[in-house]
Design a protein around this ligand. Sequence first.
Ligand SMILES: [Zn+2]
Length: 207
Amino acid sequence: MEKQEKNYFGGKMPYTMSGEHNWEKKGGTKGACRQCGQYIKNDEDYYLVIINWADVRQDFPKEGNFIIHQKEFDTLVDVTGSESNAVYHIFSHKKPRAKNPTQVDEERVERFKGIVARRGFRIKSETKNRITFTPGFRDKSPYIFDKRFGTIEYSGRGMNGLFDGLIIKEFVSRIREELYDIPKEQGFRALDVVEKATKQVDEWMGK
Ligand SMILES: [Zn+2]
């Protein structure tokens, strides 16, 4: 192979995927396998490949560290003769488009909308992949339901206090309990945390 004088490879760390949705959320170029372009699924082995910036910057200024299925990288190292050559080969090819993104779970979306109707939440907007809603007429704090991943997140800026965090957590927990049939006992209750805090302080105070 050509390009022997340069070293594009800075190191690699082996992992087994366990948070596929977190990576997929990063989207296109960052969150998928750099070689085959597909999102890496839970339990699949992959490397985080660290590039050698000094040499990569000269030839591939738009590239950076990437994730890749272990088998694909190992095979490329075998075929090209070195890890640096493998990285060169990878960067010389355009990344294919992901064909395995998580699809919207329509049945779950319907269940979520049922909760919205029963609880009197207000849907502010709906797109292909997300629903923005608020708890009610007066409370304008926005939450987002992700139609693909089934997550619920607070998306506003106004609530930053300690107590606000507890409110958000309990609210999201209670929606999740309805959505996923999670027993109440496994849900999050702000009161439990407050009681625990008081008990702990009582102990410290020698009560
Ligand atoms: Zn791959």
